[in-house]
Design a protein around this ligand. Structure first.
Ligand code: NAP
Length: 317
């Protein structure tokens, strides 16, 4: 797999690209679009004047505005990079200014709800190609972005049936230009897959870190001091943006509850194995899960370095 972004495209995928929401994902897209020449002109739109000022300082876009209707005017492609719960109101605000033939996309971590919120505001002759880059960090804001965020990561497109083939091909070319591998599926299937691979792990991390923080018999300082025993990796996930994750759970309720039900049943069977001293059941379970970790490394979706490649504390000595 390539370890860096390739050379800039000779012809940009889009003439005018408008990004709404200049946080981690929006600012990373602006950076890679500039570096790879994915768009000739980049418009950055954010509700926050403070974010707009920072985007201008960082020179992430050619035009910066907090006015959605103005920002999307004449854009060939508009990508919504705002929290899932804000997509409907943003779509409503841009509706009247969209250029015929424009492509509207997004990066939301949930797809069914975004389709339901945004589709009613897509005018005739404008194409809607929802997308979800399966890439991110626990950081937020325009300073957190970087151009290689999407490199070698999957981007899932969930175009409605019968969507314009050229609009899908252009959206695919944009994400491939950003270094991603692209796959298409239905919004419902996306939401089920992501419920187990992303949403449930975040819920578990939020829960375990909360439980540890509430423990009275173990002090907070001990939790922090001995965190390298596995807890530390949960704290990274549990530091993820509260607005984003509130919206993910509220907007993927059914799939998350379905996976949570299965998870609870499986947890009960592990609990039972511990209670009755069934070492064989525990050993077999852990052997199966270890193989899954190996396959993730084999397909290049994580590092095989011990402790996720963290430098030992004393390595500089
Ligand atoms: P972020 O860093 O918090 O950035 C979101 C930006 O959108 C903020 O600058 C926010 O401004 C702005 N915003 C919020 N509501 C708005 C509105 N109505 N109009 C215009 N701007 C608005 O969030 P992010 O991590 O980039 O996430 C953005 C989207 O990407 C979410 O839908 C999320 O599901 C998806 N996603 C995230 C990740 C990840 O790991 N973070 C990965 C894949 C996909 P304020 O700060 O002033 O609210």
């Amino acid at each position: 797999m390539p370890d860096r972004l390739g050379p800039p495209l000779t012809t940009p995928v889009f003439d005018r690209l408008a990004l709404i929401g200049m946080g981690l994902i929006g600012s990373s897209l602006a950076r890679v679009a500039r570096q790879k020449n994915l768009a000739r002109h980049i418009v950055a739109i954010d509700a926050s004047e403070e974010v707009c000022a920072r985007v201008s300082e960082l020179k992430l876009a050619d035009t910066v505005t907090s006015n959605i209707a103005e920002g999307v005017r004449d854009a060939d492609c508009v990508i919504l990079c705002v929290p899932v719960g804000a997509c409907g109101s943003v779509a409503e605000a841009m509706q009247a200014s969209l250029k015929p033939g424009a492509i509207i996309s997004d990066v939301g971590s949930v797809k069914g709800s975004i389709v339901a919120q945004v589709a009613p505001f897509i005018p005739e002759g404008v194409h809607f190609v929802p997308a979800h880059p399966v890439a991110g960090t626990e950081q937020s804001g325009p300073d957190a972005g970087f151009p290689t965020l999407f490199l070698n990561r999957w981007c899932i497109l969930t175009p409605p049936e019968g969507q314009d083939a050229e609009a899908i091909a252009k959206t695919r070319a944009f994400w491939e230009g950003a270094g991603s591998m692209v796959e298409e599926m239905s919004p419902a299937h996306h939401d089920l897959v992501l419920a187990i691979t992303s949403h449930l792990p975040h819920l578990i991390a939020y829960n375990i870190v909360g439980t540890a923080a509430d423990l009275e018999a173990v002090t907070q300082s001990e939790v922090i001091k001995f965190s390298a025993g596995g807890f530390r990796d949960f704290t990274r996930i549990a530091a993820s943006d509260p607005t984003m994750w509130r919206d993910v759970f509220l907007n993927n309720k059914d799939a998350v509850l379905e996976m949570l039900g299965r998870f609870t049943e499986d947890l009960s069977s592990l609990q039972r194995a511990i209670r009755y001293g069934d070492g064989e059941a525990l050993f077999n379970h852990f052997t199966r899960t270890r193989a899954i970790r190996r396959s993730i490394i084999e397909i290049g979706q994580d590092s095989a370095a011990p402790d996720f490649g963290r430098q030992p504390k004393n390595s500089a000595q």
